[in-house]
Each structure stands twice: as structure tokens, then as C-alpha cells.
Write a new protein. Structure first.
Length: 435
């Protein structure tokens, strides 16, 4: 066994007791295992052994037995998470009994269990991370997990001249280049705002490096959706933030990189003037999948077809091209096809509720002069915004990273309200928030 694998196993099992006795440590460790996927870099057992599940079990046990403060769970977004989870449960039970979907029932149950694990850990995260310090450490853990991917990819891009696509660890949720582009777009605002809020000069410099390095990493995933998301994100940040003198040169650098220094294969793929770049097999697969999702939802408007209702028999019935069987290629069409119009409505309600809470919190923080809360609210808003944009062409509706961002938004709202409650009672009113 290589020494690297021995070190990983020793460190992992040495940390497990802390997951039970210190549930917050377990939350951070579960975040690392889910986002960084360090087990994917070891021998073949790394992809089959339930590393994250073991961390989750001990963390849940520690939360049940040792945690006493669950005030964060009493809010609108947590209620919506439970309602959405309940609807997922209903559509899974119902569709598993429908003859038309019985062939996909095992996959439906498997996906339901997976999504339930994600939502369970998200709810625990909201309950356990109940202070500013814990929220800061959780976000730093997220930044460090994806920052490792950027630090690993930048030398690869430089040595190969960008001739190859950037992929994530094999066998993980970010193995595909489109998924890597999505998560890095979501993390780019985190790097930017941590560089502004962190006190340590070393951490500030690291975040600046990761922010700059993330831009070419996104571009060289060769994902058109990721490139569009990057352009929308940077333009939004330029419009909404005061740091235009920093962001505009970075955007100009990214354009120059794509037009001048990138290899011919990348330029051809990103050249939207080329008709074949728009109407290729990938684009046609998306149109076929979206039409399939719409037709399935029209036939089953209330419950959809259940999780993973993307099988050959169903495509034979609902897809324009039955031979092109693919996933939803969209978070919106995916939820619509799998859980019907009520499921999509609940999913969008949770997203809009979170965005509204962050917007309201940002205005409140600006009124009170709480700069750290204001910047954190902007950071999470940009991260959610780019997920909702890029996700329109990517089937990652149940992405654990997205739900973790929702959890961070809820935590931010709770810890800031708690710490500023006396000031709010004295100096702030509901009318001032709405005005």
C-alpha cells in the first residue's frame, strides 16, 4: 500500500472520534469528504468504502446526544426544506407503485436515499453551525476544498497549454467537466469576498490567488455553460460592487486568454458564431431531454415520474428522439419531470426565499454598518445566482453544494439577527428594511 494511502487512512480514522464528540468538526469533515473527495485520490477502495457515510453517522449520533441548541431550525427556509423533502418522499412512494415507472423504481429509491442523506446533513449543518465563528470556519472549509482543485488544475493548464479539459475526481459528483465549471463558478465569489473579510494576510493572499486562478480553470473545463456563467457572474459583480477597477481587468484578461492564448480546439468550441458549435450533438441532446421532461410532466403534472425517470421505455414514449437517452440537462426541467409542477414550485420557492432573505439581510447590515454580514450576504447571493443560471443547462438539481449554500444563508441570517437583536429593537424597523 502506498505511503500516501496509509497516511490518509490513519488521519481519517483518527478524526472519527472527534465527529461524535464535536459535531461541528464532523460537519466540516463531512464537507471535506463530500466536496474535496480526498478518498478518490487513494487506491481503488477509495471509491467503494463509505467514507462520507461513516462521518455522517458519527456526526448525527453526536448531534442527537450532545447538541442542545437548535434555534437555527426555526425559520422559513428550513420549513421549505422539510416540505420539499416531504414532497420528494410522496412522489417516490407514489411513483414506485405506478406500472409505467416500475422499471425505474430501484433507481428511484436509490436516488431518494441519496438526496435524503444530503438534506439530512444540510439540516444538521443549519442546527450545529450556530455562531459567527463556526460559519466562518465552515465557509473556509468549503473554500479550501475547492481551492485544492484550483491549485491542482492551474499547473496542469500551464504545462499542457490548455489543450486538455479540466475534470474533477473520478466517481464523484464533480467528475464531469461541466460540473467542475459549475462548482468553480459558485466558489469564485467565495474566494473574492474571503479575500476582503479575512484578517490574516496569508489567507487574504491565498484567496486572491485562488480567485485569479479559478478564472482560467473555469475556461479550460471547455464547458460553454460554465463560460456563460462566468461571464454573467463577473458582469454582475462589476455592476453591483465597487471594486470595478479590480474586476474589469480580470474580465479583460479572461477574454484575451480565450481569444489569443487558448488552443485552437478551445476557440472552436467556444466560437458561438460557428453554427456547429451551437447545434452539435450536446445541444441537440439538451433539447431532446427538455422536450422529454415537458411531455412527461404534461402527462403526470402532479407527481412527475419520480427520481431518475430517464429510462429507455419512457424516452420511447415521451422523447422526440427515443434513441438519445440522457439526463435532464437542467435543474428546472429535471425537477419538473421527476416531481411534477408542485415539486418545481417548491424547489423555486426555496431558492427565491433564500435569495430574498439574503437581499433583506444585506440591506439590514448596510443600515447597521455591519460590513462583514453585508459582504457575506453578497457572497452567498452571487454563489446562488450563478448556480441558478448555469443550472439551467445542467442537471444538478440536488447538488449538495447548492443546499449547503442555502444552509449558510440560513445560518448567516440567524447568527446576524441574534448578535444584532438589541440594535434592531432600538434602531431598526420593518419599514426601514422594506424601504
Amino acid at each position: 500500500m502506498p505511503i500516501r494511502d496509509i497516511i490518509f487512512v490513519v488521519v481519517f480514522f483518527s478524526c472519527l472520534p472527534f465527529c461524535f464528540f464535536r459535531p461541528f468538526f464532523g460537519i466540516c469533515m463531512w464537507t471535506v469528504m463530500s466536496f474535496l473527495n480526498p478518498h478518490s485520490y487513494v487506491w481503488s477502495m477509495g471509491l467503494t468504502f463509505p467514507w462520507a457515510e461513516l462521518v455522517a453517522i458519527l456526526t448525527i449520533a453526536g448531534c442527537v446526544l450532545l447538541e442542545r441548541n437548535w434555534r437555527n431550525l426555526f425559520c422559513r427556509e428550513v420549513f421549505l426544506i422539510f416540505v420539499l423533502w416531504g414532497w420528494f418522499t410522496f412522489t417516490t412512494f407514489y411513483n414506485a407503485q405506478v406500472p409505467e415507472f416500475v422499471d425505474s423504481a430501484p433507481d428511484t429509491w436509490y436516488r431518494y436515499v441519496f438526496v435524503s442523506k444530503v438534506l439530512c446533513m444540510v439540516v444538521l449543518t443549519i442546527g450545529v453551525v450556530n455562531t459567527w465563528d463556526r460559519l466562518r470556519k465552515l465557509i473556509l472549509t468549503i473554500a479550501g476544498s475547492f481551492g485544492f482543485l484550483v491549485a491542482k488544475a492551474v499547473p496542469f493548464i500551464a504545462l499542457t497549454g490548455g489543450a486538455y479539459r479540466v475534470y474533477g475526481p473520478k466517481g464523484t459528483m464533480i467528475a464531469d467537466n461541466n460540473d467542475v465549471g459549475l462548482v468553480l463558478n459558485m466558489t469564485l465569489p467565495i474566494f473574492f469576498f474571503l479575500a476582503k473579510t479575512e484578517q490574516s494576510p496569508a489567507v487574504k493572499k491565498l484567496m486572491v490567488f485562488l480567485f485569479v486562478g479559478t478564472i482560467p480553470t473555469i475556461l479550460f473545463t471547455y464547458s460553454r455553460g460554465a463560460m456563460i456563467g462566468l461571464a454573467v457572474l463577473l458582469l454582475s459583480m462589476i455592476v453591483m460592487l465597487r471594486q470595478r477597477l479590480i474586476l474589469i481587468p480580470l474580465l479583460f484578461l479572461a477574454v484575451c486568454l480565450g481569444l489569443i492564448f487558448a488552443p485552437r480546439g478551445w476557440q472552436n468550441r467556444m466560437d458561438f458564431r460557428n453554427e456547429s458549435a451551437l447545434i452539435d450533438s450536446s445541444a441537440m441532446s439538451r433539447f431532446n431531454a427538455w422536450t422529454y421532461c415537458w411531455n412527461l410532466a404534461q402527462s403526470h403534472p402532479l407527481t412527475g415520474g419520480g427520481f431518475d425517470a430517464f429510462t429507455q421505455p419512457l424516452f420511447d414514449r415521451y422523447a422526440p428522439n427515443p434513441k438519445d437517452v440522457h439526463g435532464p440537462h437542467s435543474i428546472y426541467f429535471g425537477v419538473l419531470a421527476e416531481h411534477g409542477f408542485p415539486g418545481l414550485a417548491l424547489y423555486l420557492t426555496l431558492a427565491l426565499s433564500t435569495m430574498f432573505s439574503l437581499f433583506r439581510l444585506g440591506r439590514r447590515a448596510r443600515y447597521l454598518g455591519d460590513e462583514e454580514t453585508r459582504l457575506y450576504s453578497l457572497m452567498l447571493r452571487f454563489s446562488m445566482f450563478v448556480f441558478l443560471i448555469v443550472g439551467a443547462c445542467l442537471g444538478r438539481a440536488y447538488f449538495d453544494y447548492y443546499f449547503t449554500i442555502v444552509a449558510c444563508a440560513v445560518i448567516l441570517k440567524k447568527v446576524s439577527s441574534f448578535e444584532n437583536s438589541e440594535v434592531l429593537d432600538a434602531d431598526y424597523s420593518t419599514e426601514a428594511v422594506i424601504a
